[in-house]
Design a protein around this ligand. Structure first.
Ligand SMILES: Cc1cc2nc3c(=O)[nH]c(=O)nc-3n(C[C@H](O)[C@H](O)[C@H](O)COP(=O)(O)OP(=O)(O)OC[C@H]3O[C@@H](n4cnc5c(N)ncnc54)[C@H](O)[C@@H]3O)c2cc1C
Length: 508
């Protein structure tokens, strides 16, 4: 063997040894993390939090999840495109937008009475309660029930658009001011009164609150079982499936936010990520991840459809500079060329309500989602007759068709039963956001009823864009960290051996 070959061989051997060393070091670190995770979940969360932070701050790109690829079920976009456009365009814009004064103050009725069960605040943390805004903090124009004058340009007709294809954009040449009209998809009992309060969303983040147990379970159980039934295999109505997927996607997002900002050590008030929770509640179930992406695209589509309305809306809080910023960010969002090129139609709402039973089905589903006052009245009547809560609930569950019908009309009313103020705040905001998306996509028919253009409440716009931001954050976290979380958690315990308490209950 010539000398040169010997040197090459020697270098290869050294490099193999070096590699082995790194493999061993890696394995030791993994084992240490795994044992820490096994014996102290909270401590391990801190370790993984540090681990995640290091990954992000290093010069290497964070490891990207390749697990979710291809077209997102029932949508017109694939995972890869959504991840890239979200990371590049949507997330940065939305993150900034929701900090502006217009979008950070949300009007909400927090002290509502649950029409189904007595209040049983199961919250055990101070983090559960909401800091309401002092009177002098929220924007002056928000206090007035103002109706600004109409802009001069009126609703434009659609003549001359390309040959016969249906243009489904909501084209409101004029912004008609913030109005008080009923949203057929949500509770319309949110008009101004003394019970309403303004909340600064920035200081009330959606995160772990400690709200759990029977109270929380009962809400989700009611949402899925009573109002938005899980679709059985072979379900014929695509529309019902859409409603289920929206709720499930929202649920996934809430779980991701709980896991992303978790109270690791109550005593030291240390917050961080809880990867095990994110894995157990969302990542282990590919359909829940699909539903999260679906909900994101659905809401995104509604924002894109309402582009012209949102562009011409008034973002007035009395702070000129900040309001110009809100307006500019909204415009950048709704007319973003990268977004339009990458994912021009995130969800195709025109495919729904097509069959003969379409209109009736639409009404039924609308009723499932919204809250009608009728229930409260009927419920109060029943309550005056029956004192036992259990009996009252049993009546609703088992008696006449009427009761079943009434019971099934409630998705948003259930938010009044959430026994934790902060969860109720975000629950109400996000259900209102979903209701607004549904309203934009399904309640406005520019082609057949051009005289009834889209009209939104200020609060609906605030809810819609905050919801989109929440979903965008969840999608980003799942995309960037799913593989890492799954690897870490699987080292400790194979997913297949785990069965959550709730899964067991549901399987009974
Ligand atoms: C409206 C609302 C808002 C909330 N907001 C917060 C909050 O901000 N902070 C906080 O700490 N807690 C919040 N909670 C409580 C939280 O959502 C959980 O209920 C709680 O942490 C207990 O979790 P769990 O493990 O019992 O499962 P849950 O999340 O309560 O889930 C219950 C069951 O629903 C099913 N399920 C779960 N996820 C999905 C999904 N994506 N799709 C379909 N089915 C699913 C499963 O069968 C699961 O076992 C909120 C609850 C509600 C109802």
């Amino acid at each position: 063997m010539v000398k040169k070959d010997i040197i090459v061989k020697e270098n290869e051997r050294k490099s193999r040894n070096d590699n082995k060393k790194w493999v061993i070091v890696g394995a030791v670190i993994t084992v240490l993390m795994a044992s820490a995770l096994k014996y102290d979940r909270r401590a391990s969360s801190s370790i993984t939090t540090l681990f995640f932070k290091d990954q992000n701050s290093s010069c290497h790109c964070p490891k990207v999840s390749q697990k979710y690829t291809g077209i997102i079920e029932d949508c017109c976009c694939d995972f890869e495109t959504v991840d890239s456009i979200n990371g590049e365009v949507l997330h940065p814009l939305l993150k900034e937008l929701v900090t502006t004064p217009f979008f950070r103050y949300f009007k909400v009725k927090l002290g509502c009475r649950c029409p189904f069960w007595p209040e049983d605040g199961m919250c055990r943390l101070r983090d559960c309660s909401v800091c309401e805004c002092p009177e002098n903090e929220f924007p002056e124009p928000f206090k007035k029930n103002f109706h600004p004058a109409l802009l001069s340009t009126d609703f434009m007709c659609q003549e001359g658009k390309s040959q016969g294809s249906v243009d489904r954009t909501v084209d409101n040449g004029a912004f008609r001011g913030w109005v008080e009209t009923d949203n057929p998809w949500t509770n319309d009992d949110e008009t101004d009164n003394d019970d309403m309060t303004y909340v600064n969303l920035q200081i009330n983040p959606e995160r772990y609150t400690g709200y759990s147990g029977p109270s929380a379970r009962r809400i989700w159980d009611a949402v899925y079982t009573e109002n938005c039934p899980k679709y059985p295999a072979g379900e014929i109505f695509q529309e019902k499936k859409v409603l289920y997927k929206l709720i499930s996607g929202l649920h996934s997002s809430i779980s991701v936010h709980i896991g992303a900002e978790y109270l690791l050590h109550e005593f030291t008030n240390q917050w961080g990520e809880n990867p095990e929770l994110i894995n157990d509640r969302v990542l282990r179930y590919p359909d829940r991840v699909q539903n999260l992406y679906f909900t994101f695209l659905f809401v995104l589509r509604s924002v894109m459809k309402a582009a012209n309305y949102l562009e011409h809306a008034e973002y007035n809080t009395g702070n000129n500079e900040a309001d110009l910023k809100s307006h500019s960010l909204v415009k950048q969002l709704v007319h973003n060329s990268k977004l339009q090129a990458a994912c021009p139609l995130p969800f195709d709402e025109a495919k729904l309500w097509q069959g003969q039973s379409g209109p009736q089905l639409k009404q039924t589903i609308q009723m499932q989602f919204k809250n009608i006052r009728f229930l409260s009245q009927t419920y109060l009547y029943l309550r005056s007759m029956y004192y036992s809560t259990a009996k009252r609930y049993a009546i609703f569950k088992s008696s006449s068709n009427m009761s079943t019908f009434i019971m099934s009309t409630y998705c948003s009313a259930l938010m009044d039963c959430v026994g934790c103020e902060k969860c109720r705040l975000w629950g109400k905001l996000q259900i209102l956001g979903l209701g607004t998306a549904l309203k934009i996509l399904f309640s406005v028919d520019d082609k057949n009823y051009p005289s009834e253009p889209l009209q939104l409440h200020r609060n609906e716009v605030i809810a819609l864009l905050n919801l989109l931001n929440r979903l965008s954050e969840s999608v980003k976290l799942v995309h960037e960290k799913a593989d890492m979380i799954e690897n870490i958690v699987h080292i400790v315990e194979p997913a297949s051996t785990k069965t959550s308490a709730w899964q067991s209950i549901n399987q009974l």
